[in-house]
Write a protein that binds this ligand. Sequence first.
Ligand code: SF4
Ligand code: F3S
Length: 111
Amino acid sequence: MTYVVKDDCIRCKHMDCVKVCPTDCFHEGENMLVIDPDDCIDCGLCVPECPVDAIVFDDEAGIEFWLNLNARYAKIWPLITEIGTLPEDSEKWKGVPDKKQYFSDKPGDGD
Ligand code: SF4
Ligand code: F3S
């Protein structure tokens, strides 16, 4: 079992989640983060940190796409453990539905 970052994160990318993770699970893409399911210990600490409720448990209906995407890109994108620079238009993307179309497979900078 693991927690999963879903499309609500895309282009918001607040990064508050990375501060609290005890096992450094987060990996950075150009416009979202993902959780490595092999490192997540299901502590749930990151869930209330996200201002856009982008982190869910992997038993949520319809989460399979994002679960697979997290597992895949966590092995490709760099680790992130500290909050970086927010996207300038981060707030504008809060609550925008179905942001899958804006997903970028490019890696972020990491730290
Ligand atoms: Fe890290 Fe815990 Fe969130 Fe998993 S649930 S990503 S271990 S903070
Ligand atoms: Fe994304 Fe929320 Fe973390 S917007 S970067 S999952 S705090």
